[in-house]
Design a protein around this ligand. Sequence first.
Ligand code: CP3
Length: 345
Amino acid sequence: MDNCRPLLLKALNKENLSTPPIWFMRQAGRYMPEYRQVRKKFKNFLDMCKNPDVCCELALQPIKAFNLDAAILFSDILTIPDAFGLKVKFEENKGPIFHNPVKSIEDIENLKPFYPKSLAYVYEAVSNIKNSLPNNIPLIGFTGSPWTLAAYSIEGSTSKNFNKTINFIKKHKEASHILLAKFTDACFLYVREQVKSGADVIQIFDSWANILDESNFSSFSLQYLRSLISALKNDIVTKNIPIILFLRSPKCSTSELINTSTDCISLYTAMQNFDIDVASGKVAIQGNLDPKILLESKDVIKKESHKILNKFKDYPGYIFNLGHGITPNINPDKVKFLTDTVREF
Ligand code: CP3
């Protein structure tokens, strides 16, 4: 019976496995020709996310191509700000653009309430994907972290250093906390609906943790990650769902991350000095091959993936992944090669 339990769930339960489960952040995306075929039918990326049948097809593409150990919901983290009325559009090669970004205290006070039902298209995608997957492949649902969602909502687009956002939170501290609390509630309700619809695991993306200094990370991000995870761990629907927390180089200690009660920490590429000894037995670890290695020769891919596999060989609960998402310039053959290399190790 136990042999049938998916590898990903065993690893998240901190079991030491002879072969780690493997999946990739952004495993569905522009690097795949079959994705580009579907993508060209939609001008605005978010319109594609609003079509649950298309999301199902896209989430299954990498499973079919590479026989991975987990599927991830096809959607985006910016569905929540869009549902708050900030009007998110993804235009050709520009990344996300907010037509109604948060510009003032009044904008935060006047934000319309979050109705979890307004994201029904996401939950429908979850149940479609779940129903199409074989039983042994778990489905990962996800949300952005309250901080990362707030950063995009204030900046109004993506950015190198998010200067506008950093100035805003300094100038409007109290209002920023109100915004973060609203996003935290929304993330909780959103994840809860994804779990009700069939998500087996939840990943939280704090992709912009790195732009906060130590004290700001603690008050503007970590605090809300802690309340979100605590709400999930105390809710009857979500309490047994393992949580993976991805953060881009946060300025805090390993113990502070463990103390969020997350089940797993997904290491960003640059987090090479993360304290494995402190984490061992407390959280599972996911990651963190540099996605750029996939541009190298097969020999290099093999050498670099073996380095990581050796590092985590005896770690209780290890999931193979990249340190960030697969980029559009990657050849899918290399993804297949990497997957086979990890399985043969
Ligand atoms: O396969 C998967 O991983 C599932 C789907 C997924 C997408 N976005 C699809 C997507 C997931 C989990 C995300 C999360 C996401 N979205 C994050 C967190 C992860 C990270 O990268 O740090 C962030 C920050 C976003 C916001 C976002 N979405 C940006 C900044 C962009 C534009 C940049 C880019 O890569 O194009 C997107 C667009 C996006 N999200 C695409 C995909 C497949 C490409 C859109 C296209 O085809 O035009």
